[in-house]
Ligand binder design. Structure first.
Ligand code: ZN
Length: 302
C-alpha cells in the first residue's frame, strides 16, 4: 500500500555527490544512506515471495504524542502485524552485555534498544486506535557478510543465515482481508507527517556544483548530446532520450534549489551539454506551466 520512495535526503546527496567532492561526515552519512536503502530493497525483494493476503507498508514515520518513530517495514495481515527493523550491517560484530561493537572495537547504537523503543511507541499507538491485531517485532540483518559473534539468544533477532527459513515460516491466511487490517493501514497512512525531521542535508552552493546531465545508470557527468534526441554516457555507454534526461535534471534542480525559478536559461546553464535553447524550451513548454512573458518567463509544475 505504501511503496518505498527515494527520500529527498538521498536525492540531494546523490546529486551533490555526483557534482562535487563530499567530505568527512557528509561522505559517511551519504554512504550510510545508500547502504540503508540497499538493505531495505534487499528485504523488499525477499518479501515478494510471500504468499497469502496481507498489506505491506514501507518507510512509515509516525507520531505518538509528540514522539516520532520510524518503521522500516510493516506487514499487516488478518490477525497479526509484523514490524521489521532492517539492518544492512557488514562485517563482524559482537555483543557485550547490552553494548554492540564492531570487531574493530567501535561501539554502535544498540539496534535491539532501537527496536524496543519503536515497538513500545507503536504498541501504544495501536492501543490508542484500539487495534485488536497482535504485534510481532523483529530485527532483521539482511547482509550475508554480517556475523554477530556471541549473539544473544533472542528470538527478535533474525540473522542472515536464518532469514530465508524465517520468511518461509511466515504464513498468511489466503482468505481476503477483513476491514480491520485495511482500516488500520488507512489510519497509518493518513497520519499527516510528510517529511522526516531526522534528515541532515549536505551544504552546497550552486557555483560549487559541476554542471551537466548525469547518466541515469552510472551517474557519471561525462555525457554528451548526440543529434537532437539522445544523451550518451561516455563512461558506461548508456543512451537516454534527451527529453527524459532534461526532465530529470529539472527535477533535480528543483530539489536542490527550492528558491530558484525554472527558466530556459537556468536549465540550460544547469544541463550544460544541451546547446539548443529551443530544445530546452520545447521540453519545458510540454511538461510545465508557463508563467509571465518574454524576459520574465518562468515555469512551474503542471
Ligand atoms: Zn553511464
Amino acid at each position: 500500500m505504501k511503496p518505498r520512495l527515494e527520500s529527498t535526503e538521498l536525492k540531494v546527496y546523490r546529486s551533490v555527490n555526483a557534482r562535487m567532492e563530499l567530505e568527512g561526515k557528509e561522505k559517511l552519512h551519504y554512504s550510510f544512506l545508500e547502504k540503508w536503502l540497499e538493505g531495505e530493497l534487499k528485504f523488499d525483494s525477499l518479501l515478494e515471495r510471500l504468499e497469502g493476503e496481507y498489506l505491506i507498508l514501507k518507510d512509515i514515520l509516525l507520531d505518538y504524542q509528540g514522539n516520532l518513530f520510524q518503521i522500516d517495514t510493516l506487514i499487516i495481515s488478518k490477525n497479526t502485524i509484523h514490524m521489521f527493523e532492517v539492518k544492512n550491517y557488514e562485517g563482524d560484530y559482537y555483543v557485550d552485555a547490552d553494548n554492540w561493537f564492531s570487531t574493530s572495537g567501535t561501539e554502535i547504537k544498540n539496534p535491539l534498544s532501537q527496536l524496543k523503543r519503536t515497538e513500545s511507541l507503536f504498541r501504544r499507538y495501536l492501543q490508542f486506535f484500539r487495534s485488536p491485531l497482535k504485534l510481532e517485532c523483529y530485527l532483521v540483518f539482511v547482509n550475508p557478510e554480517f556475523t554477530l559473534l556471541q549473539a544473544p539468544l533472542n528470538e527478535l533477532i533474525i540473522l542472515p543465515t536464518q532469514l530465508n527459513r524465517f520468511l518461509r515460516n511466515l504464513e498468511f491466511p489466503r482468505a481476503p482481508l477483513t476491514n480491520t487490517p485495511i482500516n488500520l493501514a488507512k489510519k497509518i497512512l493518513a497520519d499527516p507527517i510528510v517529511d522526516s525531521p531526522y534528515k541532515r542535508l549536505p551544504t552546497y552552493e550552486y557555483k560549487q556544483l559541476e554542471k551537466g546531465i548525469w547518466c541515469c545508470r552510472c551517474r557519471s557527468l561525462r555525457t554528451h548530446v548526440e543529434g537532437r534526441k539522445l544523451l550518451i554516457c561516455e563512461s558506461c555507454g548508456v543512451q537516454e532520450e534527451l527529453e527524459s534526461a532534461i526532465l530529470r535534471s529539472v527535477e533535480e534542480f528543483q530539489v536542490l534549489f527550492l528558491n530558484r525559478k525554472i527558466t530556459t536559461n537556468a536549465v540550460q546553464d544547469w544541463c550544460l551539454v544541451v546547446e539548443s535553447r529551443k530544445g530546452i524550451r520545447r521540453v519545458l513548454d510540454k511538461h510545465y506551466t508557463k508563467i509571465g512573458s518574454k524576459k520574465h518567463t518562468y515555469f512551474i509544475a503542471k
